[in-house]
Write a protein that binds this ligand. Structure first.
Ligand SMILES: *[C@@H]1O[C@H](CO)[C@@H](O)[C@H](O)[C@H]1NC(C)=O
Ligand SMILES: *[C@@H]1O[C@H](CO)[C@@H](O)[C@H](O)[C@H]1NC(C)=O
Length: 132
């Protein structure tokens, strides 16, 4: 699937519908205040619920994110929210294999929100947003 650019997401975000064969299914995860809480995401292949990463403002530099890469995570059934996260430059670097955000639960009518990320340079080359 090729995507020319980013389209506003109202419902389902689907990049490719690969289903993980095995893995750890995690409940909703809320990461806030301290970057080290990103470790809650370790080994999760799928989040059955929502992912919120918010109010992480005590980081010192963009390099602080170098230790946080979650290639296992491929699907989130609800919404994904990033709000006020300093020094993060790329969502795709954090979640290189995130393919599906289903939006079974929405936040402010959206399945994917990036708000107040002052250092963000890219979402991901792979992401394609499908409006439903
Ligand atoms: C974040 O959590 C780590 C580990 O618990 C702690 O060492 C560090 O001081 C915390 N950082 C801030 C800014 O609170
Ligand atoms: C993730 O998996 C590794 C290897 O199986 C294990 O050592 C580690 O404790 C797990 N971490 C969490 C948070 O589940």
């Amino acid at each position: 699937m090729r995507c020319a650019g980013i389209v506003v997401v109202f419902g389902v975000l689907v990049i490719s519908a690969t289903t993980p064969v095995s893995g750890k299914i995690c409940d909703s995860i809320d990461v806030r205040n301290n970057i080290t809480f990103l470790n809650k995401l370790r080994n999760c292949t799928e989040i059955s619920g929502n992912l919120q990463i918010v109010l992480i403002e005590t980081t010192k530099s963009v390099e602080d994110y170098d230790d946080y890469v979650f290639p296992e995570l491929t699907r989130v059934s609800g919404y994904v929210l990033f709000f006020k996260v300093r020094h993060i430059t790329s969502i795709g670097k954090l979640f290189p294999n995130l393919r599906v955000i289903r939006g079974l639960e929405l936040i402010f009518d959206y399945s994917f929100i990036l708000n107040n990320l002052p250092n963000l340079r890219e979402v991901s080359e792979l992401f394609c947003f499908v409006q439903t």
